[in-house]
Design a protein around this ligand. Structure first.
Ligand code: ATP
Length: 303
C-alpha cells in the first residue's frame, strides 16, 4: 500500500494561535480515513491545506506521492472535495449545476450521469436545487466532487446537519466508493459513532495536535474492555482479587476491573470458583471512542 496523502509536520498559525501543529497525517490507498476531532480541533484547516485552499505556515503536504506546491494542477485534477457546505446555484436544477462543474472540469456527459446515479439523484435532477432537502444538497455536493472520477475524495463533515436517514444514506454511499471505484476517501467528523461505522483508519486531532493515528481496530484494541463481575460473596472476591494484584472497584453489587485480557478473565473466574465464591455473572463493557478519547486527552471532552 502506498501513501495517497501525507503531511509532514504540517502547521498553521493564525496570529499567535496554532490551529494545526506538527500534524503527520498518512492516508493509504483504498482506505476510508476518518479524521476525528471536536469543533475547532483543526480538521477543516488541515483538509484545506491538503487541498491547497490554505497555506501552511510550516511543514509540507504530498498527495499521490508528489509535493503539493509543485504539482498542484496534477493533484487537483485527480481529487474531488467537499469542504464546508456545497456551493450551487439555487435557481438552477441539480443537473444544470452539474453542467457548470462539468464545464470547469472538462469531463464528458457520461461522468455527469454516473455521478448523479452514484448519489441517487437522477430522479430529482430536474428540480431546482433551492427546493432540495439538506440531504439532497449534500448528495449534489458529493456528486460534484465525484464528477471527474477522482482517485482521492476529501469530505469535510459530509453528514453535518443531516437526519439519521440521510446520515445512513451518505454513509452507505461513502462506504461503497473504495470497492466500487477504487477511490481513497479522507473525511472529517466530530462524531465518534460515525467514524466508528465508516472508517478503516482514523486520525484523532485535538487543539491542533494529532493524538492518535492508526487502524480503527488498533485504537479499539488499545483500550481493552472493562469487565464487571457479580459474585455471591463480593467482599471476599474483592479481597482475593486484590491479593492477586488486580484493582477491583466496587460498583453497586458488582466488581469492575479495567483492561483485562480474555486469559485473565478466565483465570479470575477459575480463582473465584476454586475459592468457593460463586460467580453469578461476568459482563464485558466495550469501550466506545468517546472513552478512548478521554484516555488520550485525559480530559472530559464532548466530541
Ligand atoms: N481564517 C481563520 N482565521 C483565524 N482563525 C482561524 C481561521 N480558520 C480557522 N481558525 C481557527 O483555527 C482553529 C481550527 O479551526 P478548524 O475550522 O480547522 O477546526 P475544525 O476541527 O474543522 O472544527 P469545526 O468542526 O468546528 O469546523 C479554530 O480555533 C479556529 O477558530
Amino acid at each position: 500500500m502506498s501513501s495517497i496523502v501525507a503531511t509532514y509536520n504540517l502547521c498553521k498559525r493564525y496570529g499567535n494561535t496554532h490551529s494545526v501543529q506538527d500534524v503527520n497525517l498518512s492516508v493509504q490507498e483504498g482506505e476510508i480515513y476518518g479524521f476525528l476531532g471536536p469543533n475547532g480541533a483543526g480538521k477543516s484547516t488541515t483538509l484545506k491545506m491538503i487541498l491547497g485552499l490554505a497555506h501552511p505556515t510550516g511543514g509540507t503536504v504530498t498527495v499521490f506521492g508528489k509535493e503539493f506546491a509543485a504539482n498542484r494542477r496534477h493533484i487537483l485534477r485527480q481529487t474531488g472535495s467537499l469542504i464546508e457546505s456545497p456551493s450551487y446555484y439555487g435557481h438552477l436544477t441539480g443537473l444544470e449545476n452539474m453542467r457548470v462543474v462539468q464545464r470547469l472540469r472538462n469531463v464528458p456527459d457520461r461522468n455527469v450521469s454516473e455521478a448523479l446515479a452514484i448519489v441517487r439523484l437522477e430522479k430529482q435532477k430536474d428540480k431546482k436545487t433551492s427546493q432540495y432537502s439538506l440531504g439532497m444538497k449534500q448528495r449534489l455536493g458529493i456528486a460534484m466532487a465525484l464528477l471527474a472520477s477522482p482517485r482521492l475524495l476529501v469530505l469535510d463533515e459530509p453528514t453535518n446537519g443531516l437526519d439519521p436517514a440521510g446520515i445512513g444514506e451518505i454513509r452507505e454511499l461513502i462506504q461503497s466508493l473504495p470497492q466500487r471505484y477504487g477511490m481513497t476517501v479522507l473525511l472529517s467528523s466530530h462524531l465518534l459513532s460515525e467514524i466508528e461505522q465508516i472508517a478503516t483508519s482514523v486520525g484523532i486531532i485535538n487543539q491542533g495536535k494529532m493524538l492518535f493515528q492508526g487502524r480503527l481496530d488498533q485504537l479499539q484494541n488499545r483500550s481493552r474492555p472493562a469487565i464487571s463481575i457479580k459474585t455471591l460473596k463480593n467482599e471476599e472476591a474483592e479481597k482475593l482479587l486484590a491479593g492477586k494484584g488486580y484493582a477491583p472497584a466496587v460498583q453497586g453489587d458488582t466488581l469492575r476491573l479495567e483492561s483485562l485480557t480474555d486469559v485473565q478473565v478466565a483465570q479470575i473466574n477459575r480463582d473465584l470458583t476454586l475459592a468457593g465464591i460463586g460467580v453469578l455473572r461476568i459482563e464485558e463493557h466495550k469501550r466506545n471512542l468517546e472513552s478512548i478519547f478521554l484516555d488520550l486527552t485525559g480530559k472530559e471532552h464532548s466530541l
